[in-house]
Design a protein. Sequence first.
Length: 329
Amino acid sequence: MFTKDIGIDLGTANVLIYIKGQGIVLNEPSVVAIDSETKKPLAVGTEAREMLGRTPGRVQAIRPMKDGVIADFNLTEIMLNHYIRKVNGKSFLSRPRILICCPSNITQVEKNAIKEAAERTGAKKVFLEEEPKVAAIGAGMDISKPSGNMVIDIGGGTTDIAILSLGGIVTSCSIKVAGNTFDNDIIKYIKDKYKLLVGDRTAEEIKMTIGSVYPSDTVEKMEVRGRDLVTGLPHTITLSSDEIEEALRESVYLLVHQAKNVLEQTPPELSADIIDKGIVLTGGGSLIKGFDQLLSHELKVPVFIAESPLTCVAEGTGILLDNLHLIDK
């Protein structure tokens, strides 16, 4: 048995790879740095992410995935090839079977693009599974029984909201409000209020350090450096967690509104199950302070954050790889 089965969580922000029997072997940013003149890749992953917003004219650091789908086909292929080679997924003896996760509401064309990019890395067979379903399995939910489970997966490019029962998705929606949107909201807020320009990486750091979506008694503060738009010189300001809550409010309420919509379309029997079991939050976005409290307050249902929200999807692919015969119809 030389074949390796590989599960890939192909995210907008990060790529995680799970190899059957070994667990998660790779967790790197979805970034490729290329030479803009020769179009040759210079770095992939962590090394390329270090270059984001810090490159000389010729070097471009690009995210080949946007909103959970492929924005640049060639770069996605280069990135996948690099990662699969890095974890030694391609050996001389075998071509791996690959299971890839995609957002729940993408078109057939977008699905085909993801499938084709994986096939071109030398996969023997490619399976596609919907992300919220895999995230729910990875979070330890038993979705095989005829009872309702609700999962909200807040990723980098998309948030997937789904109600699952009997191993399938009953109602779901995928919206392009997620981690990257929150970063952009923070950049815009600082620019509008303080006339200070900060980059994507700084915005992400602010979000992870003092990010909050629900008012709390303790106010955290952080020094932020950027370029003053008036003088053009470097400048430092102090931001508080209350300001970040204000910056993210509009996008967060869009997400809450969609969660309400999904619940409104749910059959009443399943709704009753969800009140009992609560909603499980997965994905990096769920780590922003107060997300569980906000959703619980707005949806009037208990909300829990998964044990390891960042790796739920990858762990879910691992469980599915053990049961590939069920998917392989």
